[in-house]
Design a protein around this ligand. Structure first.
Ligand SMILES: [Zn+2]
Length: 308
């Protein structure tokens, strides 16, 4: 009975209502935190269990009915405010536009482009290679002997016996040498040349005071091989949470092209030498933009993407 009375009185008040302010007052009176219908909904739990379902359903139905009455009234008031000139269904082109969400390139694409621009500035050109690769280019030509345990370091998806999804971007180096131009291969190329380019890159990317260091490492396709660290951009090397209090952050793998790799594409390692390095775009993007979870890049969560 209470429910019917409340709905009835809401109807009467709404039909007398003529402006948006009154409409809000009515909304609060019935549906607000201290509204009469809200109080009724709360009282349902004090009823004997057998009566609760029916009472709850009745109050909810009343709530829905009042909500509908409110939106109908709101629409009619809104229509009265602005609908005086334009016929229904025609939009007014003189109204200010909504602030739309502007699209933008993904943060990884932008970091990738920045990296490419830095290397172009150093005289590099960009090579592309296939994602589906011959076993020869992915392993053999890169000095991964058959049956060698170093192949186990990578999860490889074979399509046929000699075709696979490439497990690394290094095959592009071989293909590129194979096709004349190269990664940096020439006479008299030394590790000092490699170190200089790595240093120039990190300074462009992370600031002019960045220092680098090489630590010995192993890759089948380079000898000697190194992992390159840069001084921590946050603490300048004194140690902080970002660098794990080491003062250094690992950024890439690098080394001098292994003589066997040169031989595989018929370059005489007695005459030619070269260097190679590999940098993860996501790693650089994480460091540069303070992203602490690599999965965020692929999550397509706008709350994350809109920060950049
Ligand atoms: Zn640090």
């Amino acid at each position: 009975m209470d429910v019917d009375r409340i709905v009835q009185s809401a109807k009467e008040e709404l039909s007398a209502c003529t402006d948006a302010h009154d409409l809000d007052t009515i909304r609060i009176k019935y549906l607000g935190r201290k509204g009469s219908l809200t109080a009724l909904l709360r009282a349902v739990k004090d009823l004997p269990p057998a009566e609760r379902p029916a009472a709850g359903a009745a109050v909810n139905a009343a709530k829905l009915q009042i909500e509908e009455l409110l939106s109908a009234k709101e629409a009619s008031l809104g229509g009265a405010r602005s609908g005086s000139v334009m016929p229904e269904g025609v939009s007014d082109p003189t109204l200010p536009a909504h602030d739309g969400i502007a699209g933008r390139r993904h943060i990884l694409s932008r970091v990738f482009r920045e990296m490419k621009n830095i290397f172009r500035g150093l005289g590099y050109s960009i090579a592309h290679g296939p994602d589906v690769e011959l076993e020869y280019y992915n392993f053999q030509a890169l000095n991964f002997p058959e049956e060698h345990p170093s192949r186990d370091l990578q999860d490889t998806f074979y399509i046929t016996d000699d075709i696979l999804l490439r497990t690394q971007t290094s095959p592009v180096q071989v293909r590129f040498m194979d096709q004349v131009e190269g990664l940096y291969v020439d006479t008299d190329v030394t590790m000092a040349d490699l170190k200089k380019d790595v240093e120039l890159f990190t300074r462009e990317m992370f600031g002019p005071n960045t220092r680098i260091r090489f630590r010995p490492h192993f890759f089948p396709f380079t000898e000697p091989s190194a992992e390159a660290d840069m001084s921590c951009f946050a603490c300048q090397g004194s140690g902080c949470a970002i660098c794990g209090h080491a003062g250094w952050i690992e950024i890439m793998g690098a080394g001098m092209v292994h003589p066997n790799v040169l031989r595989a594409v018929e370059y005489d390692p007695e005459v030619y030498s070269g260097f190679a390095f590999g940098i993860g775009v996501d790693r650089i993007a994480m460091l540069k933009h303070g992203v602490n979870d690599i999965r965020l890049f692929l999550g397509n969560d706008l709350r994350f993407l809109e920060q950049f």
